[in-house]
Design a protein around this ligand. Structure first.
Ligand code: 5RP
Length: 236
């Protein structure tokens, strides 16, 4: 499954492999989205096929659902599962309090719903995702298509009054057209550089009409499994 891996892929793979320790027979498992989460799905698929592991997977995007089915994991909807034992997902940034920025892959809405419906959320990440203060990675904010430019202007105005360095926002594109999420929405990326009070920003964002969800995951993650390019793994 792995062949000759680059250091970054090795870091993602070893973190994902270690995260399989959190998965036991009979569990309902939230399956994250992104390149690191894809390693997890492949690892779990191998355990299903070769060791007879029995799990039900709740994917956080259509592409994760496709991969999970492809590798042999039984896929069910969140509503069929109702509550999950564990969700394992990647992140774009994590800090020492295990707060996260997610949504680089555009799946933050389903990812947050699934993680919140889980007994535990475990993040898997290469060490490059570790930051002192969140915000270097542009913060994804999912907005409804209706009036998105007005929502964007409102967000920019609000940022002026908050403890953030950057205020530029950009519409995420897919070629010439705005990127469309699995839920039919768009993503605005907020180039903030440094987020002083992530909890407050997350709350303020979600109070704006037009905003569906933001990529700040505050007090949701229980542990981060950090992978290194030389194959080492640490749990935070
Ligand atoms: C998708 C996400 C991903 O977990 C995040 O972007 C990390 O991706 P990768 O593992 O490819 O670096 O939040 O919405």
């Amino acid at each position: 499954m792995t062949g000759e891996l680059s250091p970054i892929d090795k870091a993602k793979f070893v973190a994902a492999k270690r995260a399989t320790d959190y998965v036991e027979d009979g569990m309902r498992v939230g399956l994250g989205t992104g390149s690191t989460a894809a390693w997890l799905v492949r690892c779990l698929g191998e355990m299903v096929r070769e060791e007879g592991l029995k799990i039900k997977g709740v994917p956080t995007s259509t592409r994760t659902a496709e991969l999970a089915r492809e590798v042999g994991i039984e896929v069910i909807s969140l509503d069929a599962a109702r509550w999950l034992d564990v969700t394992i997902d990647g992140a774009d940034e994590f800090d020492e309090n295990l707060n996260l920025i997610k949504g680089g892959g555009g799946a933050l809405l389903q990812e947050k719903i699934v993680a919140t419906a889980s007994d535990q959320m475990i993040v898997i990440a290469d060490v490059g995702k570790e930051v002192e203060t969140l915000g270097s990675f542009p913060l994804p904010v999912e907005v409804v298509p209706y009036g998105w430019q007005t929502t964007q202007a409102l967000i920019e105005e609000t940022l002026v009054s908050m403890d953030v360095l950057g205020r530029r926002t950009t519409m995420r594109m897919n070629g010439d057209a705005p990127f469309v999420t699995d839920e039919g929405n768009h993503i605005l990326d907020l180039h903030l550089n440094r987020i002083g009070d992530a909890r407050q920003l997350a709350m303020v964002m979600n109070q704006m009409p037009g905003v569906v969800e933001n990529g700040l995951f505050i007090d949701i993650c229980d542990a981060v499994i950090v992978g290194y390019g030389d194959g080492r793994v640490e749990v935070r």
